[in-house]
Design a protein around this ligand. Sequence first.
Ligand SMILES: Nc1nc2c(ncn2[C@@H]2O[C@H](COP(=O)(O)OP(=O)(O)OP(=O)(O)O)[C@@H](O)[C@H]2O)c(=O)[nH]1
Length: 192
Amino acid sequence: MMIAGVILAGGKSSRYGKPKMFESYKGKHFYEHSLDALKANHLSPLIIATNHDLLPMFQRKDVQYVCENDRHTYQGPLYAITNVMLHEQTADWFAVLSSDAPFITPEFVRELITFTAHNGVDAIVPIQDGRRQPLFALYHRRTLKVMQQLVENGERKIGLLFDRINVLNPTFSKDDKVFININTRQDWLRQQ
Ligand SMILES: Nc1nc2c(ncn2[C@@H]2O[C@H](COP(=O)(O)OP(=O)(O)OP(=O)(O)O)[C@@H](O)[C@H]2O)c(=O)[nH]1
């Protein structure tokens, strides 16, 4: 079974005011914390989903870059995941992380992956504090068709996907910090 590691690192960062994936924590950019958590679990290929404007700002060479078509820039995570699945056709599963969660750990990714052993599951989406965490999640390749249908209908909400596929919703009580994502500078000041 092949699991690709995907980091969503496009978007507008409009609430943050500048591209938040390049903020630094412990000597690494935010996006590198996601990348290294996937890499530590030997996921392959490793893919950063981004857009042409941001592409020159990434420094890591140990990863593939998948850019959204200019016309489709800023369409959100659902579009970005669909685009990655269309580009990477060999992986069975896609471990998808955001690039604004600097407290992510290899241990979290390792635990998440264990749930792929469940039969007949299309996606593994943790629930934390009663909320779904779709950007700390795993999606099977067979979800691509439904994703494409949603995207073609102009849908942006990834939540709509979960009504149409078989989702496992594990809980991770141990390390609450893992799921913290940074949307505003205020968020980041609070966490430091
Ligand atoms: N590749 C790609 N990633 C995206 C896109 N939209 C959001 N993301 C990523 O998805 C994660 C969550 O994004 P959000 O914070 O909800 O949206 P954002 O556009 O980055 O920021 P806001 O403008 O403040 O909403 C981040 O890691 C983003 O980099 C997109 O269109 N393409």
